[in-house]
Design a protein around this ligand. Sequence first.
Ligand SMILES: C[S@@+](CC[C@H](N)C(=O)[O-])C[C@H]1O[C@@H](n2cnc3c(N)ncnc32)[C@H](O)[C@@H]1O
Length: 232
Amino acid sequence: MAHHIESACIQWQGRIATWLRRPLAHKLRSLSNKAAGGMNWIEDQWFEKRHGLDCSGFIVGHELETSYSSARAHSRAYQAVTCVAIRELLNEAMKTGIVFDHFIDLGSGKGKACFYAAANYRFRRLVGVEFSEPLVQAADCNVRKFGADNVCFVNADAASFSLPAGNNLVYLFNPFGEAILLEFLKNNMDKFSRSQSIIAYANDKQRLCLAKAGFVTLFRNQDSQSSLHQYL
Ligand SMILES: C[S@@+](CC[C@H](N)C(=O)[O-])C[C@H]1O[C@@H](n2cnc3c(N)ncnc32)[C@H](O)[C@@H]1O
């Protein structure tokens, strides 16, 4: 036990000494990143608490419960977006001047992005599309507490989801791989070409697919890996 405590102390002394040896600019940057991370965490806790939401948890893709078994192989993990990440994309989307009718979250999980968009921006309808039934049930439970009648969640595979007519802000937070994204685009190209709909993509791992499908990038932040795309 004493040996264990002693070696933990030595490890900490080593870490502190390494940190002290760094240039001042590095130290200040790392402290300010930590402070920003702490503020973001507080904002997320506050947002959920204020609206009575539970968007917690992390579920790896292959452990998600779903009846859309062929889509599961392409799924990424469930994890709620942070307020800071969704806000960046929504603010950039609003700067385009497009008046959006609908906010569509492909892979909506427990609904955090829809609730953040409904609380802070104006949309006629907000729809979350989620292929895992238990997550849709959690989002439905959240919407009852949130108390909005223009937010709803559907249990469906995004690949076969049909966008409503009008200007859609289609939002994704790295929900799935290329195969599902290409299928969704193929099924909705007419909607993209006949409206001013755009795709807001957080953690935009498959963004090259969008370029190959003829979308242009309106905005990209390399640090946050968030981007906006429109079919022109
Ligand atoms: C990273 S989470 C994003 C949650 C939410 N959009 C947010 O921003 O808080 C990705 C979600 O996509 C869902 N998903 C994965 N593949 C899907 C598919 N083919 N159709 C619909 N939802 C899918 C997962 O179940 C998971 O909840």
